[in-house]
Design a binder for this molecule. Structure first.
Ligand code: SAM
Length: 365
């Protein structure tokens, strides 16, 4: 295997713990996977010695605290063995925020002090590269991270995301995604022990054509694109800056996720990985759900925009010309989200970022 790229440029989550504060929905998605993770652990009855876990693409770690709290509690109910959780994210992640959250220096309630012999380690290794020693992992977990490609295969014409790409552009993204998915799985196959499991929760396009922000009402990605195009029409940005705004992401279907695990000729299958099961699920946008209760459009818009910003602001900034002074770039981005916020405030019932994921369990023979 050639050495894979560790990460695409211009993708970072909000720092200083803001990521987890803004993304309650991502926590809902992880909490929904807790029974799946516990079932995967229960399926390894012959386990002995230290439990080795990983949380790949963990960001600041706040959204998965309750998952790991449940896992540790579950294991401790039966045995006292050591538990090690390696928190891995790309090297440009805000690891200070992660360390502070894990070690109780924030408003988040960490689980680390609740039991003895639980060890959290931090790693800056990308999931496109080895993270752990060979044959060492019992259970690898990842949520809402593997849609980030190792690189952008091309700039998408006429859209900012692959969900709006057609023809050659769409095919280039699909080919990159298939290669990246294979790399992720082969890297994990190397580090998994025999009988180990992966529980991966990844954004997907489900069997009804739903995907993130496209579960009814305004299509969020079309809205990003239309607003960015409006900025060209208003001479706020150039046509080149519009074109450079392509998110290096791909949302697989359940079939695309399953393909290398089911194909007996694939390198992944030959490496011993098998699909235990895969299902898709929609988790409603928590901000839109709150709005149904409180009915305050301004409050909804104010709470909702930071969740979008937390994951796409760095890509929008990266699309702006480096010739612009920093302040000018920041002003453009502020104006972009301000205009989005006022759209939401005007037509709140049309907006929301429902999450659409494939939940899968994979085992190594
Ligand atoms: C939306 S956040 C998800 C965070 C957390 N897992 C959750 O579900 O709330 C996506 C994370 O994936 C990370 N990421 C993106 N590409 C990565 C890579 N190649 N290797 C490791 N992490 C990566 C990002 O840095 C970010 O922290």
């Amino acid at each position: 295997m050639s050495k894979p790229t560790a990460h695409a440029d211009n993708i970072t989550m909000s720092g200083d713990g803001l990521y987890s504060l803004a993304t309650i929905g991502a926590k809902d998605v992880i909490d929904k996977a807790t029974p799946r993770v516990i079932a995967a652990i229960n399926s390894m009855p012959d386990h002995q010695g230290t439990w080795h876990f990983s949380d790949m693409g963990c960001a600041d770690g706040g959204t998965s605290l309750d998952l790991w709290r449940s896992v540790v509690k579950h294991i401790r109910a039966n045995e006292a063995s050591d538990i090690q959780i390696v928190y891995a994210d790309q090297a440009r992640n805000d690891f200070n925020a992660l360390v502070k959250i894990l070690h109780g220096l924030t408003q988040f309630d960490s689980y680390l002090d609740e039991h003895s012999n639980v060890f959290a380690l931090e790693s800056g290794a990308s999931f496109y590269t080895p993270i752990l020693p060979s044959n060492s992992l019992n259970l690898g977990f990842s949520a809402t991270a593997m849609h980030w490609l190792s690189q952008k295969p091309c700039d998408i014409k006429g859209h900012v995301h692959m969900v709006g790409a057609n023809g050659e552009d769409r095919r280039a993204f699909a080919a990159q995604a298939a290669k990246d998915w294979e790399t992720i799985l082969l890297q994990r196959a190397r580090e998994m022990k025999s009988g180990a499991k992966l529980v991966l929760i990844n954004f997907c396009i489900d069997e009804n054509g739903n995907y993130l922000g496209n579960t009814g009402g305004v299509n969020m990605f079309d809205n990003f694109n239309n607003n960015w195009q409006d900025f060209v029409d208003q001479n706020t940005i150039t046509a080149g800056e519009y074109e450079a705004m392509t998110l290096p992401q791909y949302y697989n279907t359940a079939e695309e996720f399953s393909q290398p695990l089911l194909d007996t000729n694939s390198a992944v299958h030959k490496a011993g990985l098998r699909l235990v099961d895969i299902e898709t699920a929609v988790v409603p946008c928590p901000f839109a759900e709150d709005f149904k209760v409180h009915g305050n459009a301004q409050q909804f818009a104010k709470a909702y925009i930071p969740t979008i910003r937390s994951w796409n602001e760095s890509t929008f900034i990266g699309a702006l010309s480096a010739d612009r002074p920093t302040q000018e770039r920041e002003d453009i981005i502020e104006a972009y989200y301000a205009s989005y916020e006022s759209q939401v405030a005007q037509n709140p019932q049309d907006h929301g970022m429902g999450y659409v994921h494939a939940y899968m369990t994979i085992e190594k023979l």
